[in-house]
Design a protein around this ligand. Structure first.
Ligand SMILES: [Zn+2]
Length: 1071
């Protein structure tokens, strides 16, 4: 026994007595900096891992031969048409363009013998733009995005036979994010050319590719794990050992390196089996591909993006069985179905297999600030019906990751459309306050709730990096209630979706969690619904958020692209009128219900509500498209209106009170003076949608409204209710004669135009930033004169200079007051607008005090602060409003009505309507030209009530004069009410929509759908009556599923009772 290392009487040890050599510590920052070198271009590229990525790269003739055909202009021909043309020879390096053109390539390849037996052979195509590979017989196979984003197409095994094979590449001369000139959001460069940089047959070295992803993730762990964790130091040590083991050119060394990587990643990262450990995951990865339906490219390009992106996903699902992919927007599925049936069938199969998940339940990922309540309803009706018809089921999750703020009634509408969940993440872009929750219950105005989750990685286009997985825990704000989260990954905005790199990285992230720990455990294979199922089980513990999810950014989108917003408002009103008339006409047997045309109109309007279209953040081309879309909608509306009514439209001058009628699309009767021709006035009144006219006459001495000019610059307009004083074109006094009070504070001026510098931090079309308020300048009026002095109306016209190029003509009118009706001051402006980065608004200081103002929103009212107490209050310096904004104190208030605007602000007692912006990106000509805008100042006794709500509707739906023509008279069914709310009903109830049942045609039924809501926020009761005999009445949801049966009384009527701000839909089945 014994030995030289043993000394003394203690325990024996072989531990060397003398240190054999000095050993140093890793100098952390140097060893970390070295990480990037292992896979970097540049001076070490021939000596590092890059040098071994491919076993062979074959290019040029005879193995790769190219021909091309150029599609004329900006056309996007079909495969069939394209390949019918003569192709000419071309080669790598040749250049194609200009922007937005399409070029079809015929590619013939012969895989050489030394490549044929390789494990993984790909075709790499990179032209720095977008492309789609088609088979020789016209099947779209795989999308391509240049610039290295997605350039590989795995060659089918059948191509590895040494023979020549043909396929096509459809090249689009635009990038994934359009063609911004020098900047992402700059207006498109009209003259961009693209050259084919690569058309290679590549035999990939799978070990090198695997090692690259291994070291990518281990390197990230070494850089991003906290330096006080053992796991970080271990990652750094493993990574450096891999570098030392690697020998350029030695394939065995790749295997040895990968073996070392397994110490950190575990043994299973080369397959989906890595996810089969039974440890509890916290982060649920879901593949996604955000495709903006238009944005920095037009709608037509999106149609191709869908085919490119989703065929890629189908391919990937075959290679990566763990991939679960969710995609929204029924419209995009419909495009695919119509234009790319082969890809649609593949998608359908993947839906059946449970990997491809249609999600969202809406027609497009729409804006939710600007569309009307009924538009939001139809987004769900058209969305859910499409998903159900094509995939056999509806969606459970409303999916709007990128929309610019979320209206307070969405939870109610979601619940009524069969959805209990909501996903977004956009509030992570707030630039003032951090939203405090990740997972919570979101509560609507009526108290309805949905479970909301905002992925803590704070993106819907995660690259599936180590950091994304890490942030899914470190940025989670609801850990007290639940620590799970969704990781929504995949290239997006311009389409794309996950790549094989994303899936490989996530496998390794899971491997790290199971092997060394610390990283939250990511899981693949679940759907979004699986994730929410778990949350719903804990629903009662989740914190609540009541009311709108106000987005503290992109406030300019309430105003940008003014014409488009006006078209939206007009189209929504036109559709209400069309559905009302077509319902009556079809039930009365006058014509068939034009369901197909109405569906087409709605689908068009819903498409234009896409979250970059209606908000105004798209390029100019998109607005040329939407102008055409709306034009068609209005044309169809006129056609249906004429067909249903039998009447023809006319100019007011051509009719008299005996040949004309007035059309009222609103659910209450109106009594108004209308002007038929110069001098001829008529009174329109009656219960039905078509009101007869009778001549209006006054005794000569009688005056209902007067206009006086006491001095050259002063005008006084007065009726029985209001007295308006204008000085230098501005309202210096508005006196309510009934309430005996002045509305304009002493020394202040209403209808004052103001202009602001409007240069936000970056997102021009999107943002107006808080500092713009500091640049306020008043515009002064050049001249004012009398415009009209009629028995029923008086007005003055003023001219306001904005600049040498821009001016405003404003007509300020006061009409005769009708007994029982609240009078208002009407303003009609024509703005000639040619400004750069300026914001035009109009102000109304009012002598009313409240810390909150009210704004009309979809199916209700939202209240917001008029002060800047906290940063949350201040953040709402510009807000969204529909037909009215209102500032009321106890007993009195003032509403500002508008006919096409959405931006508003109330600061103290100053109400300010936003009129026009002039952003130059991404549309260099946004809002340039002529604009006609109307608004009104409506003072009212009492608080905000039904008077304002109804005036808002009426102001947007002026009576329309039609000519009876050869019919001789209006059909009687239109002169009386068919279905209505009895007069004792609470006037807060608005019967907003009357339409036929969605399935009437299909099921051969005759039913009428009524949608009403409580507009003021209190319990509201009413009684519905109809001249039609009702077989059965049910309360239904938005999708017209029965909720409960409603008792019909002996008089054929039924009672309704609405919760505060409830949206209630009834289905009336007719005898
Ligand atoms: Zn988007």
């Amino acid at each position: 026994m014994g030995g030289e290392n043993h000394c003394g009487t203690g325990p024996r040890s072989d531990y060397p007595i003398r240190a054999p050599k000095p050993v140093g510590q890793y100098i952390s920052q140097i060893y970390k900096s070295r990480i990037g070198q292992f896979y970097a271009k540049g001076q070490y590229a021939n000596e590092n891992l890059l040098s071994m990525m491919n076993d062979a790269v074959v290019y040029g003739e005879p193995h790769v031969q190219l021909w091309v055909w150029h599609a004329p202009g900006q056309t996007r021909p079909t495969f069939k048409e394209a390949v019918s043309h003569e192709f000419e020879k071309t080669k790598v390096g040749a250049s194609f363009g200009p922007s937005w053109t399409t070029h079809w390539f015929r590619v013939k390849i012969t895989v050489p013998d030394n490549v044929r037996d390789k494990e993984l052979v790909e075709f790499h195509w990179d032209a720095n733009n977008e492309g789609l590979i088609w088979s020789e017989d016209g099947k779209p196979l795989q999308g391509l995005t240049g610039g290295g984003e997605r350039v590989e197409w795995v060659l089918p095994k059948s191509f590895l036979d040494g023979k020549e094979h043909t396929f096509y590449v459809e090249m689009a001369c635009n990038g994934m994010f359009g063609i911004g000139q020098g900047d992402l959001i700059a207006a498109p460069d009209p003259n961009r050319y693209y050259s084919v940089e690569r058309a290679n047959i590549v035999a990939v070295n799978p070990d090198a590719r695997g090692l690259h992803i291994d070291t990518w993730i281990i390197g990230d762990a070494a850089k991003e794990f906290p330096s006080d964790s053992a796991e970080q130091h271990q990652a750094l040590e493993v990574y450096n050992r891999i570098i030392e083991t690697f020998e350029p050119g030695n394939k065995d060394s790749l295997k040895a390196c990968r073996k070392i990587a397994q110490e950190y990643l575990g043994p299973n990262v080369d397959s989906h089996k890595v996810y089969e450990s039974d440890k509890k995951p916290l982060v649920f990865g879901i593949g996604h591909c955000h495709i903006d339906s238009c944005w920095l490219w037009p709608f037509d390009e999106t149609k191709r993006k869908v085919a490119r992106s989703w065929s890629n996903q189908c391919n990937l699902m075959e290679r990566y069985p763990e991939l679960n992919f969710a995609c929204s927007q029924a419209q995009q599925y419909k495009w695919l179905k119509e234009l790319y049936p082969y890809v649609f069938e593949r998608v359908k199969q993947k839906v059946k297999d449970g990997q491809f998940h249609p999600i969202g339940g809406s027609w497009v990922e729409h804006d939710t600030n600007l569309p009307s309540g009924e538009s939001l309803v139809r987004q769900f009706v058209y969305g859910q019906r499409f998903f159900e018809e094509n995939f056999g089921k509806r969606c459970q999750t409303f999916w709007l990751p990128d929309t610019f703020g979320y209206s307070s009634q969405l939870p109610q509408l979601c619940r009524l459309a069969g959805m209990t969940r909501f996903l977004t993440q956009k509030l992570s872009w707030n630039n003032i306050n951090k939203f405090p929750h990740t997972t919570f219950n979101w509560v609507a105005l009526d108290g309805s709730q949905v479970v909301c989750h905002m992925p803590p990685a704070e993106t819907y286009t995660a690259e599936a990096h180590f950091g994304d997985v890490k942030r899914s825990m470190s940025q989670h704000k609801s850990l007290d209630q639940d620590s799970t989260s969704l990781l929504v990954f995949g290239k997006g905005d311009g389409g794309g979706g996950p790549t094989w790199q994303h899936l490989e990285k996530l496998r390794r992230a899971r491997g790290i969690s199971d092997t060394v720990g610390l990283l939250p455990r990511v899981h693949m294979g679940n759907s979004v619904d699986d994730f929410f199922d778990n949350l719903e089980a804990k629903g009662d513990k989740l914190v609540t958020w009541y009311g709108e999810l106000y987005f503290e950014l992109h406030r300019g989108t309430y105003t940008t692209q003014s014409n488009n917003k006006r078209n939206n408002r007009r189209a929504e009103d036109a559709l209400r009128a069309v559905e009302l008339l077509a319902t009556i006409a079809s039930i009365e047997g006058l014509c068939a219900y034009p369901k197909k045309e109405i569906d087409e109109m709605w689908e068009s309007v819903l498409l234009c509500q896409f979250h970059d279209c209606l908000p105004g953040s798209s390029i100019e081309m998109c607005y040329h498209d939407s102008d055409e879309i709306y034009k068609k909608v209005f044309k169809t509306a006129e056609k249906i209106l004429r067909e249903a009514s039998g009447l023809r439209e006319t100019t007011a001058n051509a009719v008299t009170s005996s040949t004309g009628v007035a059309f009222n699309s609103l659910p209450w009767s109106r009594h108004e003076i209308v002007e038929l021709s110069d001098g001829e006035l008529a009174v329109a009144s009656g219960p039905g949608p078509f009101m007869k006219l009778r001549p209006f006459s006054l005794k000569s001495e009688e005056t209902l409204v007067t206009l006086e000019q006491p001095s050259p610059d002063v005008f006084v307009l007065q009726n029985t209710q209001l007295k308006v004083k204008l000085e230098n074109g501005l309202i210096t006094s508005l006196y309510d004669l009934k309430a005996n009070r002045e509305i304009i504070p002493k020394g202040q001026k209403a209808n004052q135009y103001v202009i602001f510098d409007d240069k936000p931090l970056y997102w021009q079309a999107w943002d107006v930033e808080v500092f713009h308020l500091d640049s306020r300048k008043e515009l002064s009026t050049v001249e004012t004169k009398v415009h009209e002095q009629k028995k029923h109306r008086v007005s003055v016209i003023t001219k306001t200079k904005i600049s040498d190029k821009s001016y405003i003509e404003t007509v300020i009118s006061l009409s005769a007051g009708s007994p029982g009706q609240q009078s208002y001051v009407e303003v009609s402006s024509k703005v000639e607008w040619h400004e750069t980065m300026k914001f035009l608004k109009v102000e109304f200081p009012v002598d009313v005090r409240n810390t909150e103002a009210s704004y009309e929103t979809q199916f209700g009212i939202v209240r917001r602060p008029t002060h800047y107490n906290t940063s949350w209050d201040m953040a709402k310096f510009e807000v969204c409003s529909h037909r009215f904004a209102d500032l009321s104190e106890h007993g009195y208030g003032v509403s500002i009505l508008n006919d096409c605007k959405y931006g508003f602000a109330t600061s103290g007692n100053l109400m300010r309507l936003s009129l026009l912006r002039s952003s130059k990106a991404p549309d260099a000509h946004a809002d340039m030209g002529t604009h006609n805008i109307r608004w009104a100042i409506l003072p009212h006794q009492g608080g905000l009530g039904h008077v304002t709500v109804r005036k808002g509707y009426e102001f947007n739906n002026p009576l329309k004069i039609l000519e009876v023509g050869e019919l001789g008279d209006v059909r009687s069914c239109f002169q009386t009410r068919r279905v209505w709310l009895e007069s004792e009903s609470d006037p807060a109830i608005v019967l907003d929509t009357i339409k036929r049942g969605e399935d009437d045609e299909k099921k051969g039924e005759e039913s009428v759908i009524l949608r009403m809501y409580d507009s003021l926020g209190g319990l509201a009761r009413g009684r519905v009556k109809s001249v039609w005999e009702l077989k059965r009445v049910t309360k239904v949801n938005l999708l017209e599923d029965e909720i409960s049966e409603v008792e019909v009384g002996g008089d054929g009527g039924f009672d309704v009772e609405l919760r505060p701000f409830e949206v209630a839909t009834f289905k009336l089945e007719l005898e």
